[in-house]
Design a protein. Structure first.
Ligand SMILES: Nc1ncnc2c1ncn2[C@@H]1O[C@H](COP(=O)(O)OP(=O)(O)O)[C@@H](O)[C@H]1O
Ligand SMILES: [Mg+2]
Length: 253
């Protein structure tokens, strides 16, 4: 493989004060693939996800060493434009967090911040983003209604539409379906697989079936270490590390 990975992580360490939360992480993530991060609570999955768009910068007392390259560019360099990084590498959280405003305004929020003001330019962006998030048909007649009136699953897809509106190329998802019912979960899973055609996706999940269903690669974290990464089908049939096997067969975690 000579093609450059979309994301390259090497020798990555992160400390919250004295807590060494990420220990020498190495990982390459190819473009337009889905990588699932699995592992017990507190092992560093969310922390790792946040290192990929420098969201940990916002936490007091964090120290980070090592390399994270996105498209070959070291994002921890002094001269990195962090706002533009976060536009390229967007994040979806466990609890859907729509803003208390209309559906339209939620999706138009990012483009407006980036200087697009004309309604005639915003309308097609909002429609495209809602279509890509597989939500358009459900909301097209109520775009001016409050986003808070949507179901949890619709709200999560709205949050995904809000990200897509600023045209990122990497999507970070931190347990995006753990607060959703099974049908909404399935919709978000289907959506994630469609989005893979255009985006590189890294998703944290506690649901082994979900990891197996949707991801191309799986990385298993334990106590701040990345134990192993493999193609998902191989990881779930023949893990190479005993600790991975114990975890995926439900012996701990
Ligand atoms: N904002 C924070 N400040 C200090 N320590 C944190 C913070 N977030 C997480 N940690 C610590 O880092 C470790 C990994 O946590 P986290 O990344 O949230 O794990 P996971 O997402 O796998 O459950 C834990 O020991 C946790 O207590
Ligand atoms: Mg977490």
């Amino acid at each position: 493989m000579t093609t450059q990975p979309k994301i390259h992580v090497s020798d990555l360490n992160l400390y919250y004060g004295d807590n060494h939360a990420l220990n020498n992480i190495h990982l390459d993530i190819p473009e337009k693939s889905i990588c699932a991060l699995i592992g017990p609570s507190g092992c560093g999955k969310s922390t790792f996800l946040r290192t990929l768009n420098r969201m940990n910068d916002l936490i007091h007392g964090v120290k980070i060493t090592g390399k994270v390259l996105v498209d070959g560019q070291q994002i921890y360099n002094q001269d990195m434009d962090v706002a533009s990084l976060r536009k390229r590498v967007g994040m979806v959280f466990q609890r859907p967090n729509p803003f208390p405003m209309s559906i339209f305004d939620n999706v138009a929020y990012g483009p407006r911040i980036h200087g697009i003001r004309k309604k005639s330019e915003l309308v097609p962006i909002v429609e495209r983003s809602l279509r890509q998030a597989a939500l358009w048909d459900e909301v097209k007649d109520r775009l001016n209604k409050s986003a808070l009136g949507l179901s949890g699953g619709q709200q999560q897809r709205l949050c995904i539409a809000r990200l897509l509106a600023v045209e990122p190329d990497v999507l970070l998802m931190d347990e995006p379906t753990s607060a959703l019912d099974p049908i909404s979960t399935l919709k978000v899973e289907e959506l994630t697989q469609q989005l893979k055609e255009r985006y590189t996706i890294i998703t944290v999940t506690h649901n082994m079936q979900q990891a197996a269903r949707i991801s191309d690669y799986t990385s298993f974290f334990l106590n701040g270490q990345l134990v192993e990464t493999d193609q998902t089908d191989r990881m779930f049939t023949a893990p190479s590390d005993k600790r991975t096997e114990d975890y995926i067969t439900g012996r701990f975690g």
